[in-house]
Design a binder for this molecule. Sequence first.
Ligand SMILES: [Zn+2]
Length: 271
Amino acid sequence: MKPLPISGFTIGHIQVKTQFLRPEPQNILGSLKALRDKEFLPPVPVWCWVIEHPLGIVVVDTGQDELARSNWFGRTQTRIHYRPADRLAAQMMRAGVDPAQVRTLIFTHLHIDHDRGAGDFPEALLLASSTEIRQYTSPFAALLGYSPPVWAKPPQEVSFGGPALGPFAVSHDVYGDQRIMLLPTSGHTAGHLSVLIRQPEVDVLLAGDLTYTQQDLLTGRLGGFLTAPASQRQAMEKVRQLASAKPLIYLPSHDPESLTRLQNAETLPLA
Ligand SMILES: [Zn+2]
């Protein structure tokens, strides 16, 4: 088996508040404190990933755009650094990859820094977890931090009918060859998923916002709006178990070091 080439693009940068990234206490009360926190952390990247599979290019997340600023959460709880030239489709074209060739677009979740720009891929089949789509289309969507859709057609719902994969009881196999596997990693949102790319020597996990950094996974620190801290902890533990069975490059969506680790094939250092 040949490794599937993976490229990373940052769709500008985003700043969040200290108490949002590192809630204290590590539960919903800690997250609510973020609403009154005035202190913003330095900008972090918004990573999107492009995987070249023989059956068609796969994109994982499409990042933010100027519309993200019109969302209440985006406007009051973040500072968004985005220029039109940062748009994923524009960057792919500059890198020589035609966005019209994208066959599958996967959302780790549907927050405003992960699903904007999706309308630039009209030919692609969009995939998100069924739980995520249920939350996204609920009457409480705006309160949960979601913005109205920007895609041409709604995503197909992934309900994880696939086989167990290590510590994960279920999975979803994107192309039926067990190379690109979707794993349920709920916690950051109820329907959050991660994308495992199975390579010959070292696997790669596109982890979305399961944690904000690799260090947070190693130390067990939770980040984000902690509505389901127990689920988030469970998912983090499963990823650590996955990495102890086979070397794993762990790539969260906002870790400044994610692309460097991918390029240097730096695996998760487990004790
Ligand atoms: Zn995010």
